[in-house]
Design a protein around this ligand. Structure first.
Ligand SMILES: Cc1cc2nc3c(=O)[nH]c(=O)nc-3n(C[C@H](O)[C@H](O)[C@H](O)COP(=O)(O)O)c2cc1C
Length: 253
């Protein structure tokens, strides 16, 4: 049933926005070019985002209620994110996986991560996998469906160097088939965030969080998972900076 709802949702969402991405490249492959492993935190760069509306009962972004974690010094904050743009091995300008933010192509989750970094000063961490996801959006959608059906746990090629250093982990991911992308399951398999605060943020195309905050709670039962997760429609990403700032203010960051 969940699968049926997801399919209908995605079909609707993509029928509204699907862009004919022609660029060749496609079938995801294990272990190819892509990014190297181990590294992780980068502090730096950022950009700012755009905005408009969403689907039905909610608008723009935001989400559920609030769990205000203690204020932290930025050295305790990690901003981990997964974006297709940094895992598809395709050039930025051509790819539908990128948004133009402040005149530069950037993965949508990275754009939001950058905004969070601007406000909190935390370290950025790009979740990378050896899977090279299809650059073509329809092929990616099919590929991700198969990955979910098979409950695949893609191999991670980036790893957090010093998890002990961080008390607060912002975790960003796109909604894929009304769920976390499978690579996020790999991520939560790899780390034990017991005693830490996890603050989810998400980009979607209509389905918002789809229950993923509860899924994260199940995957990290001993972490303090903030229920006031940030969620925003992909169309609004380029103009999201003010909204991100307001959300963080509510969390006392
Ligand atoms: C494989 C795949 C499945 C998706 N499934 C959904 C979905 O079920 N619901 C939804 O609202 N958006 C869905 N989307 C849209 C993405 O959540 C949205 O495009 C997001 O901005 C992607 O972030 P990224 O470009 O940084 O990876 C899907 C996108 C992809 C590529």
């Amino acid at each position: 049933m969940k699968r049926l709802i997801a399919i209908l949702t995605v079909a609707l969402a993509f029928s509204l926005t699907a862009c004919g991405n022609t660029r060749g490249n496609s079938s995801a492959t294990e272990n190819s070019n892509s990014q190297s492993s181990t590294n992780s935190t980068s502090s730096g760069s950022s950009s700012a985002p755009t905005s408009s509306t969403n689907n039905s009962s909610e608008q723009g972004s935001q989400s559920e209620s609030s769990t205000a974690p203690d204020n932290n010094d930025s050295s305790n904050i990690l901003i981990a994110y997964f974006t297709a743009a940094e895992n598809s091995g395709v050039d930025a300008v051509a790819s539908a996986s990128y948004s133009m933010v402040n005149g530069e192509p950037v993965g949508r989750l990275r754009a939001i991560a950058n905004m969070i970094q601007t406000e909190t000063g935390g370290d950025l961490f790009s979740i990378r996998t050896s899977v090279v996801y299809p650059a073509d959006i329809s092929e990616l959608i099919d590929y991700a469906a198969e990955e979910q059906r098979e409950d695949v746990r893609p191999e991670l090629t980036s790893h957090i160097d010093d998890l002990d250093k961080y008390d607060t982990i912002f975790v960003g991911y796109p909604n894929w088939w009304a769920d976390l992308p499978q690579v996020m399951y790999s991520f939560f398999d790899e780390y034990d965030f017991s005693g830490k605060t996890i603050i989810p943020f998400n980009v979607h195309n209509g389905s918002r969080l789809s229950g993923t905050v509860n899924t994260i709670k199940e995957l990290e039962p001993n972490a303090n998972v903030a229920t006031d997760a940030f969620t925003i429609n992909e169309r609004n990403v380029p103009d999201a900076a003010a909204e991100v700032k307001e959300w963080l203010g509510g969390l006392e960051y």
